[in-house]
Design a binder for this molecule. Structure first.
Ligand code: ADP
Ligand code: MG
Length: 604
């Protein structure tokens, strides 16, 4: 007897339900989308036990006609499309007619619904794929879908659900994503009796985001609205350093459908690659509106991805849109073509970047002053010049600065007409090396140092495999890595800039960081990360004393870089303190000083 058999309908519906319903949050997503498709302007979500125990989504939309109630739980029953051509221009969230059927096959479902034109409503009940029952019931116009006991009939699936806390969190994300895109619709989320989200209908986009993300993030948001060739990018991006430790606040939508898209994330992150610290991700809520014929929404079972026919073009526009909104100047250019930018006016020192880290210069109290004296004495302010004739002036950043010295073997102090400039020697050197190495890489002229004796490192098997697996990428930057038997690897060449400090310990630390990077990102992004790591490891450390000549060379090199105000991980490389601010802080300026002056000179 043959072994192939056609599956029973029950089994087929369980299998396809599995594609649509991954966890409670996918149910919430489907139900919210149905409410939005029904034209609701208020969607109430209530969950218990992470949605595994209960999910209820209630709306004031169109409701379902009695005759449609009879079929809406059947698979592939939909009111939203009817012809092949409709598939090319899907304007509703739903279109496959699968969600209610899938939910009904894996949970206990109860639907209460009424339309405007009918006097009574309908109650539909079905338990785990059993034939539904129907009865009359009253309710105002709209629909409530209640889902209980998810996956009670499929132990294997139930077992794989996360705990209630994690599932609740996922649900909250789903509601927030929809709420962020549709400020005109009211959303409420009640979790185990507690109101988690309460956003009324018809909010402005700004108020909506503030109500979802809180005022701290809201304050840092910049409007984005930019269109090229019928592609419009619209929404918000947060100004660095406001950011997140993961991608969870990168909200993208395409024609108001929430999506996750690796390429869009990477495009956005590339704009911030030199202004955000390593491991920090930008925050955004950006919608891409594009001609419907250019997107295919029918590519993912849960519709979490859409296919944009020209995704690369959209990503380019997205990057432009973000840069444009930041007024371009506030964000460094991506370092692809490096050109000298010496001679920029001093005025151009990005006050935004510097100010955001300038300590508030409030006047110091008397006690503070006393406490501060020993500290000042401890400060090792080394006079730099041994040679009295040596000039301490250095012409950089379009102005003339006088080198005062180095403190804590870390900060370089410079005096200029309007105040004091403090440069972080590590951040500065890291920026210089990063741009140098990027340029060499782009030009294909990476300077390499051949080692007479290769370094041999003993790694764990997993790490050795990982490093050898990316040996071609490492090679492009100047590291020649090969297997040395067992789990040992040998490194026989290094990029020149790293060669200066190479030791087994340094290399081990570098390998650790490369392994930490993983390789989830696209090759180009990964290369850039490698360059950053190399620059960071090769740069002058904190603790290293520098003489005048070294300081001067570093400053001149820094002033030639494109993004001189930040290290390549986004930390500021310099801090400007204006003399005016110092004056004000010690009471030399301001109303008090003026009245003292007037009193001294007998003026009224
Ligand atoms: P789809 O959304 O793909 O059409 P669903 O299984 O989610 O498929 O829903 C089936 C049908 O039930 C929908 O096409 C719609 O006509 C009706 N429906 C579902 N939920 C609602 C709702 N909240 N309000 C009004 N109609 C609804
Ligand atoms: Mg649907």
């Amino acid at each position: 007897m043959g072994k192939v058999r056609v599956l029973t309908e029950d089994l087929v519906s369980l299998i396809s339900a599995g594609e649509v319903i991954e966890n409670p949050s996918s149910i919430v997503k489907e139900l919210i989308e149905n409410s939005l498709d029904a034209g609701a302007d208020m969607v109430d979500v209530m969950i218990e036990g992470g949605g595994i125990k209960t999910i209820s989504v209630s709306d004031n939309g169109s409701g379902i006609l009695k005759e449609d109630c009879r079929i809406c739980l059947q698979r592939y029953s939909t009111s939203k499309i009817s012809t092949r051509a409709d598939l090319d221009r899907i304007v509703t969230y739903g279109f496959r007619g699968e969600a209610l059927a899938s939910i009904a096959s894996v949970a206990d479902i109860k639907i209460v619904t009424r339309t405007e034109e009918e006097e009574t409503g309908t109650l539909i009940q079905s338990r785990f794929g059993k034939k539904p029952t129907y009865s009359e019931i009253s309710r105002p116009r709209g629909t409530t879908v209640e889902v209980r006991d998810l996956f009670r009939n499929i132990a294997a699936r139930r077992k794989h659900l996360a705990d209630a806390k994690v599932e609740s969190q996922r649900i909250q994300e789903v509601v927030m994503k929809h709420a962020a895109i549709r400020p005109e619709i009211g959303f409420r989320l009640i979790r185990d009796g507690e109101t988690i989200i309460d956003s009324p209908p018809s909010q402005t986009a700004t108020d909506r985001i503030a109500s979802l993300w809180g005022s701290e993030i809201a304050k840092a948001l910049i409007d984005v609205d930019f269109a090229v060739d019928n592609v419009r990018i619209h929404g918000f991006v947060a100004r660095p350093p406001v950011s997140r430790g993961n991608r969870s606040r990168e909200y993208f939508s395409v024609v108001k459908r929430p999506v996750t898209d690796e390429k869009m994330s990477q495009a956005l992150e590339s704009v911030f690659s030199t202004t955000l610290m390593k491991g920090q991700y930008p925050i955004c809520a950006l919608d891409v509106s594009i001609d419907l014929s250019k997107v295919d929404v029918n590519v993912h079972p849960t519709k979490r991805e859409v296919r944009i026919l020209d995704i690369n073009e959209v990503c380019t526009i997205l990057k432009k849109a973000v840069r444009y909104s930041f007024g371009e100047r506030d964000l460094p250019e991506e370092v692809t073509s490096l050109e000298d930018t010496i001679g920029e006016s001093l005025q151009a020192i990005s006050t935004d970047i510097v100010q955001s880290t300038t300590p508030s210069m409030s006047p110091i109290s008397h006690e503070d002053q006393i406490a501060a004296v020993p500290l000042v004495e401890q400060m090792l302010l080394k006079p730099i010049s041994d040679d009295e004739h040596e000039s301490l002036d250095v012409a950089i950043l379009g102005g003339v600065f006088r080198i005062i010295g180095q403190i804590h073997n870390l900060y370089i102090l410079l005096e200029f007409d309007d105040g004091l400039l403090i440069v972080d020697q590590h951040a500065a050197h890291e920026r210089v090396l990063y741009e140098q190495l990027r340029k060499e890489m782009n030009d294909g002229t990476i300077a390499i140092q051949e080692l007479l004796q290769p370094f041999v490192l003993s790694l764990s098997r997993k790490d050795a495999e990982q490093i050898l697996g990316i040996s071609d990428i490492l090679d492009d930057i100047g590291y020649t890595v090969s297997s040395f038997g067992g789990n040992d690897i040998s490194i026989s060449t290094l990029p020149e800039i790293f060669g200066r400090i190479a030791s087994e310990k340094e290399l081990m630390a570098l390998v650790d960081r490369i392994i930490d990077l993983g390789q989830h990102t696209a090759r180009e992004t990964f290369m850039d990360e490698l360059v950053k790591v190399t620059a960071c490891h090769s740069a002058i450390r904190s603790g290293q004393p520098l003489n005048t000549e070294e300081i001067r060379n570093l400053l001149v090199d820094l002033s030639k870089t494109k993004s001189k105000y930040n290290c390549c991980h986004g930390r500021p490389s310099m801090l400007k303190i204006l003399k005016d601010d110092i004056d004000r802080s010690v009471g030399r300026m301001g109303p008090d000083a003026i009245s003292r002056y007037r009193a001294r000179h007998g003026l009224k």
